[in-house]
Design a protein around this ligand. Structure first.
Ligand code: PMV
Length: 344
């Protein structure tokens, strides 16, 4: 119990969780159910070991409203209000409903990567927030239940940051059957993602909006038809450490996803001229015998998939590149973990 200034006592429950960002090889694009964040397609991704969010949630009876502080690497912690605070409070409300509690919370969430780096932070942020809030209440959830609870936070890809390593999010047919699970742990394969940041700043169209527009593309249904076969091929490639097959299928998926975005009404252009130039150079590197493949999320930055001695080669090549502002090197990593749990 915490002692207040007036001598009364408050119940304080606190926990800290750390969750990784992840990169999808088959992208989640489009929802079957908005309120439940049920996707139209299953997706598959890898957690990134060096890019993560660490979040502490402290429920405190002395608080009358949620206090949310966000900190990006190299920037001061900032108390947020408006829509940013509301989005976090909504997640806390879902956890409060589960815990049958009305306690307000103090939240401190820090990313170890810069805000302006243009790396999607919603997956790591919502996975860490949900896990810390669940743990602060002392609720015992299985990994499946935690991934479902995280999916309900609204950023579906966050559900994939819960399990270890290489992860499939099954689209399912209802809330209970739409969850993420590991198909191979992070030690299974030292696969690297070298993130080439070609543009900083937030994207013009959020993925939240993009999911709503997906079905307006005439190519969307064709994309969905391709996916069962691609998911199977990528899962097999991961099991067999088969970079060529993983890379070729990931590139196809990325092109299909961006084609869908560019042909929706209104169209969304996530990549830019620098992205296209960098992709051409990666194909040229491949022509010189360096097996490296690319994928792009809902943004212009290029993720290069490679392994072994080629990691340093690709990193060195792009660190000197005039179109590339930052290079981050990440490899397959674990899922969310609880750093501390304090129940007073
Ligand atoms: O989880 P959301 O709602 O931020 O959507 C993520 C969508 C993509 O990043 C484009 C693809 C993915 O599966 O990560």
């Amino acid at each position: 119990m915490k002692k207040n200034i007036d001598g009364s006592q408050s119940k304080v429950m606190k926990a800290t969780a750390q969750a990784p960002a992840n990169i999808a090889f088959v992208k989640y694009w489009g929802k079957a159910d908005d309120a439940l964040t049920l996707p139209r397609n299953s997706s598959i991704s890898m957690n990134l070991d060096s890019l993560h969010t660490t979040t502490t949630v402290e429920f405190d009876a002395a608080l009358t409203e949620d206090e949310i502080t966000l900190g990006f690497f190299g920037e001061p912690d900032t108390v947020v209000s408006g829509s940013k605070r509301d989005r976090v409070s909504k997640v806390l409300d879902q956890v409060r409903a589960r815990a049958k509690s009305s306690l307000r919370a103090r939240v401190l969430s820090r990313n170890n990567f810069p805000a302006e780096a243009g790396i999607a932070s919603s997956a790591s942020a919502f996975a860490a927030l949900t896990t810390a809030a669940i743990s602060a209440f002392g609720l015992q959830l299985s990994e499946t239940e935690l991934s479902i609870q995280t999916r309900l936070a609204g950023s579906g890809s966050a559900a994939r940051s819960i399990p270890d390593g290489f992860v499939v999010w099954e689209k399912g047919h209802d809330s209970a059957s739409s969850f993420a699970h590991s198909i191979a742990g992070h030690t299974h394969w030292a696969l690297y993602d070298i993130v080439l940041v070609v543009a900083t700043g937030s994207k013009a169209v959020s993925s939240l909006e993009g999911h709503h527009l997906a079905a307006t593309s005439p190519f969307y249904e064709a994309r969905l038809r391709e996916l069962p076969d691609r998911l199977h091929k990528i899962e097999t490639a991961i099991r067999n450490h088969d970079l060529q097959s993983l890379g070729e299928e990931s590139e196809k998926d990325m092109i299909s996803f961006h084609t869908t975005a560019m042909t929706s009404q209104p169209p969304i252009f996530y990549w830019n001229g620098a992205s296209v130039d960098v992709m051409a150079e990666i194909r040229a590197l491949r022509g010189q015998g360096i097996p490296a493949y690319y994928t792009l999320d809902a943004g212009p930055n290029v993720h290069v998939l490679c392994e072994g001695e080629n990691v340093a080669k690709v990193q060195t090549y792009f660190e000197k590149h005039p179109l590339v502002k930052h290079v981050f090197v990440a490899k397959a990593g674990p899922g969310v973990r609880l750093i501390s749990e304090h129940l007073f």
